[in-house]
Ligand binder design. Sequence first.
Ligand SMILES: Nc1ncnc2c1ncn2[C@@H]1O[C@H](COP(=O)(O)OP(=O)(O)OP(=O)(O)O)[C@@H](O)[C@H]1O
Ligand SMILES: [Mg+2]
Length: 237
Amino acid sequence: MPIVALANTAGGSGKTTTTLLLATEFARMGFNVSVLDVDPQGWASIYSHSKNADPKIRMIKNVPEGDVMRVAKKERSENRIVLIDLEGTANVGFKQAARAANLVLLPVQECLKTASGAIKTVKMIRKLEAEEGFQSDYRVLFTALDPLCATVEYKDARAPIEKAGIPILEHGLARRREFKGVQRFGLSVSELPLKRYPKRANAHRNLKPVIDEVIGILKSRKASREKDNMKTEGVAA
Ligand SMILES: Nc1ncnc2c1ncn2[C@@H]1O[C@H](COP(=O)(O)OP(=O)(O)OP(=O)(O)O)[C@@H](O)[C@H]1O
Ligand SMILES: [Mg+2]
Protein backbone atom coordinates (compact mmCIF):
# COMPACT_ATOMS: atom_id res chain seq x y z
CA MET A 1 0.00 0.00 0.00
CA PRO A 2 1.25 3.50 -0.72
CA ILE A 3 2.47 6.20 1.62
CA VAL A 4 1.42 9.72 0.66
CA ALA A 5 2.85 12.74 2.48
CA LEU A 6 1.17 16.13 2.46
CA ALA A 7 3.85 18.78 2.67
CA ASN A 8 4.40 22.49 2.30
CA THR A 9 6.56 24.55 4.62
CA ALA A 10 4.09 27.41 4.19
CA GLY A 11 1.37 27.23 6.81
CA GLY A 12 -2.26 27.15 5.77
CA SER A 13 -1.66 25.72 2.30
CA GLY A 14 -4.32 23.00 2.59
CA LYS A 15 -2.36 19.98 3.88
CA THR A 16 -4.81 18.92 6.57
CA THR A 17 -7.92 19.58 4.49
CA THR A 18 -6.50 17.55 1.59
CA THR A 19 -5.37 14.76 3.92
CA LEU A 20 -8.90 14.35 5.24
CA LEU A 21 -10.45 14.54 1.76
CA LEU A 22 -8.15 11.77 0.56
CA ALA A 23 -8.66 9.70 3.71
CA THR A 24 -12.46 9.83 3.59
CA GLU A 25 -12.59 9.10 -0.15
CA PHE A 26 -10.17 6.19 0.07
CA ALA A 27 -12.16 4.78 3.00
CA ARG A 28 -15.39 5.15 1.03
CA MET A 29 -13.76 3.17 -1.76
CA GLY A 30 -13.19 0.34 0.73
CA PHE A 31 -9.54 0.88 1.65
CA ASN A 32 -8.23 0.90 5.18
CA VAL A 33 -6.44 4.17 5.77
CA SER A 34 -4.01 5.38 8.43
CA VAL A 35 -3.54 9.09 8.95
CA LEU A 36 -0.35 10.09 10.75
CA ASP A 37 -0.97 13.43 12.39
CA VAL A 38 2.55 14.75 12.68
CA ASP A 39 1.46 18.30 13.42
CA PRO A 40 1.63 19.06 17.17
CA GLN A 41 -1.38 21.32 16.61
CA GLY A 42 -3.32 18.11 15.90
CA TRP A 43 -5.84 19.57 13.46
CA ALA A 44 -6.28 16.33 11.51
CA SER A 45 -7.00 14.46 14.74
CA ILE A 46 -10.07 16.59 15.34
CA TYR A 47 -11.69 14.56 12.58
CA SER A 48 -11.54 11.40 14.66
CA HIS A 49 -13.39 13.08 17.54
CA SER A 50 -16.53 13.03 15.44
CA LYS A 51 -19.00 10.24 16.15
CA ASN A 52 -19.32 9.88 12.35
CA ALA A 53 -15.63 9.16 11.81
CA ASP A 54 -15.19 6.23 9.43
CA PRO A 55 -13.88 3.14 11.29
CA LYS A 56 -11.74 2.36 8.22
CA ILE A 57 -9.68 5.43 9.07
CA ARG A 58 -7.12 4.99 11.83
CA MET A 59 -6.01 8.36 13.13
CA ILE A 60 -2.60 8.21 14.78
CA LYS A 61 -2.15 11.29 16.87
CA ASN A 62 0.98 13.03 18.10
CA VAL A 63 3.40 10.94 16.04
CA PRO A 64 6.86 12.04 17.26
CA GLU A 65 9.00 13.51 14.46
CA GLY A 66 11.65 10.83 14.80
CA ASP A 67 9.07 8.04 14.54
CA VAL A 68 7.40 9.02 11.27
CA MET A 69 9.15 6.51 9.03
CA ARG A 70 8.79 3.61 11.47
CA VAL A 71 5.08 4.23 12.09
CA ALA A 72 4.34 4.80 8.38
CA LYS A 73 6.00 1.54 7.41
CA LYS A 74 4.27 -0.37 10.19
CA GLU A 75 0.87 0.90 9.07
CA ARG A 76 1.63 0.12 5.45
CA SER A 77 2.62 -3.42 6.40
CA GLU A 78 -0.93 -3.84 7.72
CA ASN A 79 -2.24 -3.25 4.23
CA ARG A 80 -3.37 0.29 4.91
CA ILE A 81 -2.98 3.39 2.75
CA VAL A 82 -0.86 5.79 4.79
CA LEU A 83 -1.39 9.55 4.70
CA ILE A 84 1.04 11.81 6.54
CA ASP A 85 -0.24 15.24 7.53
CA LEU A 86 2.89 17.28 8.17
CA GLU A 87 3.26 20.59 9.91
CA GLY A 88 4.58 23.57 8.00
CA THR A 89 8.20 23.05 9.04
CA ALA A 90 11.18 21.34 7.46
CA ASN A 91 11.91 19.23 10.52
CA VAL A 92 12.97 15.62 11.08
CA GLY A 93 9.37 14.49 10.56
CA PHE A 94 9.33 16.11 7.14
CA LYS A 95 12.60 14.44 6.14
CA GLN A 96 11.42 11.02 7.26
CA ALA A 97 8.12 11.48 5.44
CA ALA A 98 9.92 12.55 2.25
CA ARG A 99 12.08 9.42 2.40
CA ALA A 100 9.21 7.08 3.12
CA ALA A 101 6.55 8.47 0.80
CA ASN A 102 5.70 7.05 -2.60
CA LEU A 103 4.17 10.41 -3.40
CA VAL A 104 4.53 13.85 -1.81
CA LEU A 105 1.57 16.10 -2.50
CA LEU A 106 2.19 19.81 -2.11
CA PRO A 107 -1.05 21.75 -1.72
CA VAL A 108 -0.85 25.33 -3.01
CA GLN A 109 -3.51 27.99 -2.82
CA GLU A 110 -3.91 31.04 -5.00
CA CYS A 111 -1.14 32.96 -3.29
CA LEU A 112 2.58 33.41 -3.66
CA LYS A 113 3.22 32.43 -0.03
CA THR A 114 2.06 28.85 -0.52
CA ALA A 115 3.66 28.65 -3.99
CA SER A 116 7.02 29.76 -2.51
CA GLY A 117 6.53 27.26 0.32
CA ALA A 118 6.06 24.44 -2.19
CA ILE A 119 9.17 25.46 -4.13
CA LYS A 120 11.19 25.62 -0.92
CA THR A 121 9.86 22.21 0.11
CA VAL A 122 10.82 20.66 -3.23
CA LYS A 123 14.33 22.16 -2.98
CA MET A 124 14.73 20.35 0.33
CA ILE A 125 13.40 17.11 -1.14
CA ARG A 126 15.83 17.42 -4.06
CA LYS A 127 18.69 18.02 -1.63
CA LEU A 128 17.77 14.89 0.32
CA GLU A 129 17.53 12.91 -2.92
CA ALA A 130 20.99 14.05 -3.94
CA GLU A 131 22.51 13.33 -0.53
CA GLU A 132 20.88 9.95 -0.01
CA GLY A 133 20.43 8.64 -3.52
CA PHE A 134 16.70 8.01 -3.58
CA GLN A 135 14.16 9.33 -6.03
CA SER A 136 10.95 11.01 -5.00
CA ASP A 137 7.72 11.63 -6.73
CA TYR A 138 6.08 14.92 -5.85
CA ARG A 139 3.28 17.00 -7.32
CA VAL A 140 1.72 20.33 -6.57
CA LEU A 141 -2.00 20.18 -6.00
CA PHE A 142 -3.76 23.51 -6.46
CA THR A 143 -6.51 23.87 -3.92
CA ALA A 144 -9.11 26.38 -2.74
CA LEU A 145 -9.25 27.69 -6.30
CA ASP A 146 -11.84 30.17 -7.46
CA PRO A 147 -14.56 27.85 -8.76
CA LEU A 148 -15.44 30.16 -11.63
CA CYS A 149 -12.22 31.21 -13.29
CA ALA A 150 -8.43 31.05 -13.34
CA THR A 151 -7.67 34.19 -11.36
CA VAL A 152 -4.63 36.43 -11.75
CA GLU A 153 -3.52 35.24 -8.31
CA TYR A 154 -3.69 31.63 -9.51
CA LYS A 155 -1.57 32.45 -12.56
CA ASP A 156 0.91 34.33 -10.36
CA ALA A 157 1.19 31.35 -8.03
CA ARG A 158 1.49 28.84 -10.85
CA ALA A 159 4.20 30.59 -12.88
CA PRO A 160 7.14 30.16 -10.42
CA ILE A 161 6.19 26.53 -9.79
CA GLU A 162 6.33 25.80 -13.52
CA LYS A 163 9.59 27.72 -13.77
CA ALA A 164 11.07 25.54 -11.03
CA GLY A 165 10.11 22.45 -13.06
CA ILE A 166 7.80 21.08 -10.39
CA PRO A 167 5.05 18.84 -11.76
CA ILE A 168 1.49 19.99 -11.11
CA LEU A 169 -1.56 17.75 -10.94
CA GLU A 170 -3.79 18.30 -13.93
CA HIS A 171 -6.85 18.62 -11.70
CA GLY A 172 -7.22 21.01 -8.78
CA LEU A 173 -9.65 21.47 -5.92
CA ALA A 174 -12.00 24.41 -5.84
CA ARG A 175 -12.62 26.54 -2.79
CA ARG A 176 -15.71 24.87 -1.39
CA ARG A 177 -17.38 24.85 2.00
CA GLU A 178 -18.02 21.11 1.61
CA PHE A 179 -14.26 20.51 1.82
CA LYS A 180 -14.12 22.27 5.15
CA GLY A 181 -17.21 20.31 6.20
CA VAL A 182 -15.38 16.98 6.01
CA GLN A 183 -13.30 17.90 9.05
CA ARG A 184 -16.21 19.52 10.84
CA PHE A 185 -18.60 16.57 10.44
CA GLY A 186 -16.19 13.64 10.14
CA LEU A 187 -17.94 12.53 6.96
CA SER A 188 -16.87 12.16 3.36
CA VAL A 189 -18.07 14.86 0.97
CA SER A 190 -20.94 12.76 -0.45
CA GLU A 191 -22.18 11.89 3.04
CA LEU A 192 -22.33 15.44 4.38
CA PRO A 193 -25.79 16.48 5.61
CA LEU A 194 -27.73 17.36 2.46
CA LYS A 195 -29.73 20.18 4.01
CA ARG A 196 -26.61 21.99 5.04
CA TYR A 197 -24.63 21.08 1.94
CA PRO A 198 -27.13 20.95 -0.94
CA LYS A 199 -24.28 21.12 -3.45
CA ARG A 200 -22.31 18.20 -2.06
CA ALA A 201 -22.67 16.31 -5.37
CA ASN A 202 -20.96 19.19 -7.20
CA ALA A 203 -18.18 19.15 -4.63
CA HIS A 204 -17.70 15.43 -5.16
CA ARG A 205 -17.61 15.96 -8.93
CA ASN A 206 -14.68 18.29 -8.32
CA LEU A 207 -12.94 15.93 -5.90
CA LYS A 208 -13.30 12.71 -7.94
CA PRO A 209 -10.88 13.54 -10.80
CA VAL A 210 -8.25 14.59 -8.24
CA ILE A 211 -8.63 11.27 -6.41
CA ASP A 212 -8.48 9.36 -9.71
CA GLU A 213 -5.37 11.24 -10.76
CA VAL A 214 -3.63 10.52 -7.45
CA ILE A 215 -4.56 6.83 -7.68
CA GLY A 216 -3.29 6.74 -11.26
CA ILE A 217 0.09 8.13 -10.19
CA LEU A 218 0.33 5.72 -7.28
CA LYS A 219 -0.46 2.77 -9.54
CA SER A 220 2.11 3.82 -12.12
CA ARG A 221 4.70 4.25 -9.38
CA LYS A 222 4.03 0.94 -7.69
CA ALA A 223 6.39 -1.08 -9.82
CA SER A 224 9.04 1.59 -10.25
CA ARG A 225 9.53 2.73 -6.70
CA GLU A 226 9.41 0.66 -3.57
CA LYS A 227 10.94 2.71 -0.84
CA ASP A 228 11.41 -0.27 1.42
CA ASN A 229 14.91 -0.56 0.08
CA MET A 230 18.35 -0.56 1.60
CA LYS A 231 18.93 3.14 1.00
CA THR A 232 16.13 4.35 3.24
CA GLU A 233 16.16 1.53 5.76
CA GLY A 234 17.46 2.54 9.14
CA VAL A 235 17.76 6.25 8.34
CA ALA A 236 16.54 7.96 11.45
CA ALA A 237 16.91 11.68 10.81
N1 LIG B 1 -10.35 23.30 -1.09
C1 LIG B 1 -10.63 24.11 -0.06
N2 LIG B 1 -11.83 24.76 0.01
C2 LIG B 1 -12.10 25.60 1.02
N3 LIG B 1 -11.27 25.87 2.03
C3 LIG B 1 -10.06 25.25 2.02
C4 LIG B 1 -9.69 24.34 1.00
N4 LIG B 1 -8.43 23.88 1.28
C5 LIG B 1 -8.06 24.49 2.40
N5 LIG B 1 -9.03 25.31 2.87
C6 LIG B 1 -8.99 26.17 4.06
O1 LIG B 1 -7.71 26.80 4.10
C7 LIG B 1 -7.26 26.90 5.44
C8 LIG B 1 -5.92 26.21 5.57
O2 LIG B 1 -6.12 24.84 5.28
P1 LIG B 1 -5.40 23.68 6.11
O3 LIG B 1 -5.63 23.84 7.56
O4 LIG B 1 -5.81 22.41 5.47
O5 LIG B 1 -3.90 24.02 5.76
P2 LIG B 1 -2.57 23.38 6.39
O6 LIG B 1 -1.57 23.40 5.31
O7 LIG B 1 -2.87 22.07 7.01
O8 LIG B 1 -2.21 24.43 7.51
P3 LIG B 1 -1.06 24.27 8.65
O9 LIG B 1 0.25 24.51 7.97
O10 LIG B 1 -1.42 25.34 9.64
O11 LIG B 1 -1.18 22.88 9.20
C9 LIG B 1 -8.35 26.27 6.32
O12 LIG B 1 -9.20 27.30 6.79
C10 LIG B 1 -9.11 25.36 5.35
O13 LIG B 1 -10.46 25.19 5.74
MG1 LIG C 1 -2.46 21.32 8.92
